[in-house]
Structure formats: structure tokens, C-alpha cells
Design a binder for this molecule. Structure first.
Ligand code: GLU
Length: 464
């Protein structure tokens, strides 16, 4: 069974790079009817891991990716790590190193003067003497000497590290007994039964160290997939300004989770030139061995385009529900569907959607001066007045909801007017600007009474 995991360090929120590797891990597990687990890498106890874990879980709830089993907290597993440190010491696969700070400084200085890579020289590897006093030893693993550590990365192909280049006898437990990062990652991945590790390629250089641990403990080595980074459009590291922010910020900016997931699945993976992937299609088609070998560039325009697509195609219920988050409640509005349809083709985000909805639902507080200058004259005010008067009479006679298109055509014919003489002034009076969805849709939501009010208010405003 395929088992994958997402293993964030609790930095306080989930960022999009993390969500992307989590999505890949999720898809790969679920498409194989496998398991997807969450492990919080909180061995650095200075941070509040509970709060961070909650923030991370909240973000996963929003995008609707679910984990199996209980969340694993590394901070609660120190006893397990201790047991394995003892085992390695007992089996002589690890040893105490009593090097003092001064000795270490001397070694570093010597290596620096010879332009050598800083590395531990193994001086306590086979130490048989009496340990020096007053030194709390660290525990080091006996890494293989002159070996080549290689593995097949599912994305990058064969990766080899010569042990002399990358491995010294690295520390697995600090002087205070706490285990180190690569040690616990390897142990946890093994004990959690992780078969496929999908993670950022910034962890590639950790992998040989983790393999040393796997081998020392006789654990089965998982398959690794190291995913290239997400860069900004200039090929630089993605900064907060470029989009490297808390996933929940995207919610606040009015993105739908399915747009974000679609964006992320394509950011580093492709299936022909297909851009739109429903969740079902992602599950069907995703395969980590098709992840791109090179870094991908974040493209905010594309995310907007995808979001617009998902807004356009969302159900009424969904949009109405989502809009509540942006303080627009149209659940009981009798023209809610007209309103949604009028806006859905134009709004790229739910924030824009809510703004447009508000501009129709509430009378304008101000008027766009440029539009007023361009479209409003004595003559257009006159037309607006006549239009208001016409609507009032038409409405009284009809006893039916007014069809504004029909009514307006009758009005224009009667006064020998063209649509362009009427449409923009009406728009400005209704929503405060000359850009709005279809003027008939706007009017039908505003209703005759509202339209007359808004026209009167506007005329009063212009006349001062
Ligand atoms: N905790 C690591 C991180 O947040 C990930 C470790 C891993 O995936 O192996 O970058």
C-alpha cells in the first residue's frame, strides 16, 4: 500500500509550496487507495506546535484534503528516538564524541586554512580511552567511509553522493540528549510506514544522511521524489510579495480552493497541455514521475484566470455560500440567481464578486467623476427624469414584475432615443459607475422603486 505524508515544520501557517507537495502526496496516496499522513516536525520546542498544527489543519480543511490516522507530533516521540539511539550505540553503529568546543573550533580553523570543507574528522569513532571529564558527549553515527550512496529519485533519476563529499559522522543526538533532524525524519518515515516521500528538492542533500540511518537500523528505504522549487517570474526565490504566503490569505483574497489546487497541480506537473483539472481528473491522471525536472514559475495571472473559470462554473448555492464570508448575504433575495448570473462572468475573485454585488444591492455612496463628466449632461438628466416617470406609470399599469428590457424599448421608441443615450446614465445612477453587468439585470435586481429612488438621488447629487 502506498503511504505518503506531509511533514511541515510548524512555522505557524501553511504556505503554497507546502500545499503543493502535500497535494502531490495526497493525490498519489489516494489514487492508489493508500494512506496520507500528517506529521508535525516540532522538535524545536521553542515554537508553539499546537497552534501551528491547528493553523495547518485549518488550511487543509479549507482545500478539503484530509489526512488518515492521528497527527504525529515529533515532540511527543522523544522516547522512541532515545530507544533507537541506544540501539545504535549498543550495536556500535554510533558512538559518543567528546570533542570540546575548543577542539571543534581548532579543527574548523585548520580546515579553513587548508580550504577544506568543514567536516568532523572521526577522532572519537574508534575511541577506546577514558572519556575526558566535564564534557557532555554528543552521539555520532558511523557513516560509511569511501562509499557511494545512491538512490533513484522518482523525478530526478539516479542520484549519487560520494560519502567523502557529503557525509561525515554526523550527530544524531546532541549533548542534551535531543535527537537531530535527519535522524528523526528517517525513523518516523520508517515507523509510519511511508513508502513514498514526496518533498521539496531543498531536502535532496538530507537524503543520503537519512539513508545512512535507514541502513544502520535495517529499515526499508522509501521511494523519494524531490520536487523542484516554485520560483517567481524572474527566476528568483518566491517571496511573500510574489505569492509565497499563508494559504488562508488566498481565501481572504477571494480564491476558491479548487482554483488554487488546480493552479498548484499544474505548477510543476503537466498532462499534455491540459490546464483545467477537476479533482477527479487530478486523481485519475496525477503521477509523480511526470513532475517536471526543472523549477516552475509562479504566475498570478494564471491563478486569476483559473479562479474566474471556477467562479463562472460554480453552482448558485456555492457562490451564495461563499459570498457570506465576504459579508454579502443574498440567501433570501428574490433575485439572487439573476444577481449571481449577472456577475459571475465578470468577477475574477470572490472579493470582486462581493464588491460588484454590493454595488448593485446598495445605492451608490459616490459616483465615478470621470464617468459623470463623460456621460452626464443637462440632456441626459432630462432623459433620466423621464425614464423614472415612465417606469412609475408602466409599473402601476402592469401588475406584473416589470420586464426592463421590454419597458425600456417602449420608452426609447416613444422618445426616439438610442440605447447609448440611456444606458450609461442609468448605470451611473444605479451603481455609481459606467461599468456594471447588464443594465437590465441591474435594474431587475434594483426593482422599479429602487431605480426611481436612485435616479432621484443622482439628480439631486448633480444639481447640488
Ligand atoms: N519539515 C520539512 C519542511 O517543512 C519537511 C521534511 C520532509 O518532507 O522530509 O521543510
Amino acid at each position: 500500500m502506498i503511504t505518503t505524508r506531509f511533514a511541515p515544520s510548524p512555522t505557524g501557517y501553511l504556505h503554497i509550496g507546502g500545499l503543493r507537495t502535500a497535494l502531490y502526496s495526497y493525490l498519489w496516496a489516494r489514487k492508489n487507495s493508500g494512506r496520507f499522513l500528517l506529521r508535525i516536525e516540532d522538535t524545536d520546542l521553542k515554537r508553539n506546535s499546537q497552534e501551528a498544527a491547528e493553523a495547518i489543519e485549518k488550511a487543509f480543511k479549507w482545500v478539503k484534503l484530509s489526512f488518515d490516522d492521528e497527527v504525529v507530533y515529533q515532540s511527543k516521540r522523544f522516547d522512541i528516538y532515545k530507544k533507537y539511539i541506544k540501539q545504535l550505540l549498543d550495536e556500535k553503529k554510533a558512538y559518543y564524541c567528546y570533542m570540546s568546543k575548543e577542539e571543534l573550533d581548532d579543527l574548523r580553523a585548520m580546515q579553513q586554512s587548508k580550504k577544506q570543507r568543514p567536516r568532523y574528522d572521526g577522532r572519537y569513532r574508534d575511541f577506546k580511552g577514558v572519556p575526558p571529564e566535564g564534557i557532555e558527549p554528543v552521539v555520532r553515527i558511523k557513516a560509511p567511509h569511501d562509499a557511494v550512496i545512491s538512490f533513484i529519485d522518482g523525478i530526478k533519476g539516479e542520484i549519487s553522493f560520494k560519502s567523502e563529499d557529503i557525509l561525515d559522522d554526523f550527530i544524531i543526538a546532541r549533548a542534551d540528549g535531543t535527537p537531530t533532524y535527519n535522524f528523526v525524519v528517517a525513523i518516523d518515515d520508517a515507523l509510519m510506514g511511508i513508502t513514498d516521500v514526496i518533498r521539496g528538492d531543498d531536502h535532496l542533500s538530507n537524503t543520503p544522511k537519512q539513508i545512512v540511518i535507514y541502513e544502520a537500523l535495517g529499515f526499508k528505504i522509501p521511494k523519494f521524489y524531490h520536487v523542484p522549487m516554485i520560483l517567481n517570474p524572474n527566476g528568483k526565490k518566491l517571496s511573500k510579495r510574489d505569492g509565497a504566503m499563508d494559504v488562508m490569505e488566498y481565501k481572504k483574497m477571494g480564491y476558491l480552493p479548487e482554483a488554487l489546487l488546480n493552479f498548484l497541480v499544474r505548477l510543476g506537473w503537466s498532462h499534455g497541455d491540459q490546464e483545467i483539472f477537476s479533482f477527479k481528473e487530478m486523481l485519475e491522471l496525477f503521477d509523480p514521475s511526470n513532475i517536471n525536472k526543472s523549477a516552475s514559475a509562479y504566475n498570478g495571472e494564471k491563478l486569476l484566470w483559473l479562479n474566474a473559470h471556477y467562479i463562472k462554473n460554480a453552482s448558485y448555492e456555492r457562490i451564495i455560500e461563499e459570498l457570506k464570508e465576504f459579508n454579502v448575504d443574498i440567501k433570501d433575495h428574490d433575485k439572487k440567481e439573476v444577481l449571481v448570473d449577472a456577475i459571475r462572468e465578470r468577477a475574477k475573485t470572490l472579493v470582486e464578486f462581493a464588491d460588484m454585488a454590493n454595488s448593485i444591492l446598495k445605492p451608490p455612496k459616490q459616483y465615478d467623476q470621470k464617468a459623470v463628466k463623460k456621460f452626464i449632461s443637462e440632456e441626459s438628466l432630462e432623459i433620466l427624469l423621464k425614464y423614472a416617470a415612465f417606469l412609475r406609470i408602466y409599473d402601476k399599469k402592469l401588475h406584473l414584475p416589470v420586464d426592463f428590457e421590454e419597458a425600456t424599448k417602449i420608452f426609447m421608441k416613444k422618445h426616439d432615443l438610442k440605447m447609448k443615450q440611456l444606458a450609461q446614465p442609468v448605470r451611473i445612477a444605479m451603481v455609481g459607475s459606467s461599468t456594471s453587468p447588464s443594465v437590465y439585470d441591474v435594474l431587475s435586481i434594483v426593482t422599479v422603486e429602487g431605480a426611481i429612488d436612485r435616479i432621484e438621488k443622482f439628480i439631486k447629487y448633480i444639481k447640488g
